[in-house]
Design a protein around this ligand. Structure first.
Ligand SMILES: C[S@@+](CC[C@H](N)C(=O)[O-])C[C@H]1O[C@@H](n2cnc3c(N)ncnc32)[C@H](O)[C@@H]1O
Length: 447
């Protein structure tokens, strides 16, 4: 005989003691009403979309906002949730460096992988590189203003519902963002960067390279506000925002303002300064990683270092990544054939030669051809290569130092100028993989 039943999950109990224990569980049971409502809502949504699609195909109606019917089962734009996978929205996607860890295989040198990451190795590739397993995510939407970036994502099989438009336009036009547990994105950093003019929130640059600056708020320095707006609309469980180190030191404390804005949306927010070379990436690249976690979660108390990226503490060197490459004139790889011919200058950035046994300076997006040297004449750093011509780093070398896979395609000849830029703008895929592991842990521990 059943005497007690839980109002939330519907579970029944014969004994009061068991019933009371159930009510006092540390992890509260799921509310069955909410669950049913969610399932019904999703189903209704699907049926409405199917019906609309049907009417559009018959020519009975015309829909301006194609997003209303974008859950097309046969296309890449399928945003329905695959079993056990977390949906991810990627903003400011570029060529997908940050996206790569979220559900794609990545390929890095074996020396970049510490013992705590060995379990993620799927198989060994050529030249002592290893492929890491895909993590449990699917990117359901990407956004950027650069058409070429989308094309490169397509060519590399990492394009997922990539919308080319200014994020301001999407917001203004009420774009219907797909549901997602996670939002990722590095809002443009020029205005916060040490090398830029550091105008931060007062930037007067247009948000969209194609349009004139018009509305006061729509400038590059406040693009992060559109990130806040998307978080507000989608309400993910976790969001990740990546930015340059300058964010922590510039006047006006932008980091405090950014944290306040996200906190007001109902998130616990914290950040850490991550040094890429301490995590297997052969490059000096310091980046601020901001993590927000929804306050409405099953475990309220956060561990002290919940936001720290503290795995894969290992060093690799430039030589691991590029010493096996053929010289540009001998290589079949177009990205290895292409390199900046800018003359060596007496001073300024980008005039140093890389040391194969050390790490590379930051691979920068803006350098006007002054990308670091693969080798100088009469090199003291790599004397075994002194018989080879002096030259700057090739596109492939920069791509590998950023830990893009060895077969990543950059070779659209006409956009090679942009290749350096896209690569320099990117989050190293290995770092993105470590962030994705962290996010996976947070999702399973706190929700
Ligand atoms: C720092 S990069 C992001 C790189 C990317 N996270 C990666 O790992 O490859 C910033 C990107 O924001 C894009 N962007 C700039 N203004 C934008 C806007 N108004 N709307 C959407 N994207 C924009 C730029 O084209 C650039 O690709």
């Amino acid at each position: 005989m059943v005497n007690y039943s839980c109002e939330k999950c519907g579970k029944t109990f014969k004994q009061k003691g068991h019933y009371m224990k159930h009510l006092q569980r540390k992890t509260p049971c799921d509310n069955i009403k909410d669950k049913i409502e969610n399932i019904v809502e999703k189903k209704v949504d699907e049926l409405v979309k199917e019906k609309l699609q049907d009417l559009v195909e018959k020519g009975d109606i015309e829909i301006k906002n194609k997003n209303l019917i974008s859950n097309n089962q046969n296309s890449n734009t399928d945003t329905t949730k695959m079993e056990n996978k977390y949906n991810v929205i990627s903003l400011f996607s570029g060529i997908g460096g940050l996206d790569m860890g979220f559900g794609h295989n990545i390929i890095v040198h074996n020396n970049s992988i510490s013992s705590d990451l060995k379990e993620y190795i799927e198989n060994t590739e050529n030249d002592n590189f290893v492929k890491l397993k895909k993590l449990n995510y699917q990117v359901v939407m990407q956004n950027d203003i650069m058409e070429e970036a989308k094309t490169l994502c397509e060519r590399n099989g990492i394009e997922n519902n990539y919308v080319v438009d200014s994020i301001f336009n999407l917001i203004k036009n009420d774009y219907s963002f797909p549901e997602a547990e996670v939002i990722i994105g590095g809002f443009p950093c020029q205005d916060f960067s040490h090398c830029g003019k550091r105008k931060g929130f007062d930037s007067k640059k247009s948000h969209d390279i194609k349009s004139e600056l018009s509305e006061k708020d729509h400038n590059r320095g406040t693009l992060y506000k559109s990130y806040v707006e998307v978080v507000k609309r989608v309400k993910p469980k976790i969001f990740i925002a990546e930015n340059v180190q300058g964010l922590l030191t510039m006047k006006g404390d932008p980091i405090k303002i950014i944290i306040k804005d996200f906190t007001e949306l109902g998130y616990d927010v914290n950040y850490s300064l991550v040094k890429a070379d301490e995590h297997g990436i052969p490059q000096r690249r310091w980046r601020v990683i901001i993590i927000g976690i929804l306050k409405d979660r099953k475990k309220q108390e956060l561990e002290k270092d919940w936001h720290e990226i503290n795995i894969n503490n290992i060093k690799s060197c430039v030589g691991d990544y590029i010493s096996h490459l053929k010289e540009p004139n001998e290589s079949d790889d177009i990205s290895q054939q292409v390199y900046s011919k800018a003359k060596k200058l007496v001073k300024g950035q980008g005039q140093v030669e890389l040391d194969h046994k050390g790490i590379s300076p930051t691979i920068r997006a803006e350098h006007h051809g002054n990308i670091e040297f693969r080798r100088h004449h009469e090199s003291k750093k790599n004397p075994h290569e002194n018989h080879l011509p002096e030259r700057r780093l090739s596109v492939r070398e920069c791509s590998l130092i950023q830990t893009f896979p060895p077969n990543f395609t950059h070779n659209l000849r006409k956009i090679h100028g942009n290749s350096y830029k896209f690569i320099g703008n990117a989050v190293p895929p290995l770092l993105s993989y470590l962030i994705a592991i962290k996010v996976q842990e947070l999702l399973s521990n706190y929700f």
